[in-house]
Design a binder for this molecule. Sequence first.
Ligand code: TRP
Length: 330
Amino acid sequence: MARIFSGIQPTGIAHLGNYLGAIQNWVKLQETHECLFCLVDLHAITMAQDPAGLRDQTRVNAAILLACGIKPETLFHQSAVHAHARLAWIFNCVARFGWLNRMTQFKDKAGRDREAVSTGLFVYPNLMAADILAYHATQVPVGDDQRQHLELANDIAAKFNHDYGVDFFPRIEPYIPPATARIMSLRDASKKMSKSDPSDQSRIHLNDEPDSIAAKIRRAKTDPAPLPDHAEALAGRPEAANLVSIFAAITGRSSAQILTEYAGSGFGPFKEKLAEALIGTLAPIRERSAALLADPAHLDRTLQTSARRAAAIADPIVDEAERLVGFLPR
Ligand code: TRP
């Protein structure tokens, strides 16, 4: 059985785009694959974080993921499994400076201020490669924006294998799930729904109160025309298209089916039904996550137990990598 690894940033709060684009799919993959899902707190501190905020948000996101149906035994925090950092150091010495210099995400995040970003941000992709390869995971469900990082991970694995004359690290396949909805900002449909958008109104957090969900949908940007009767007519109407695809994704129907029902309708009644559907799915997630957060010590223990299970897989692999490099046994 192919082993799946994926990571999610513990900062910010998981939102509808994360749910429909990734989390929902992770929940399904658990039925058919051995899965490891990781809150990547080591990656989080490549940018400045308030310590108390990081701790809180790691717990909140853990609770949300569990509430969405991620199995407790598959979810852990990256810092609790030292194998990630150990292997990342080796990869810092395998990857070439020039490779990292070409990473588009680094260029985007560093912006014009390259001299001032942390060196951790620069080697972020090496740590990501270590996350995956410490488990010999071969399937990595990620969004398209992470594709370049996976290619780099394969380059690192190939160079390690070549330099040490072994066939130790496997090739990774990006697992870009079939037909997942790309959910856009509620304020500007040319941008993805994102944790880093300064406007709270641009996204629906998975733990938003029902009233707040309804208000965000009511205020979501639209255009004056009524809804068309077929999906092709949504071309050039990105805001309308986004709301229709959210409605379709959350109800498990197609955009065509939604439009058959709402053709000719204005956005008022449509948005009311959309909010109802969202609340129907998200209210139970909010309630379950609140119950988990009521006992943070128990939540911490759940993550620690899974981390030990993850370490039992990764430790022997990273021990062997260290032996291949020439380190004495630890
Ligand atoms: N870089 C990923 C993101 O920002 C998160 C991540 C870290 C990840 N390590 C990973 C994803 C390993 C997949 C596999 O979304």
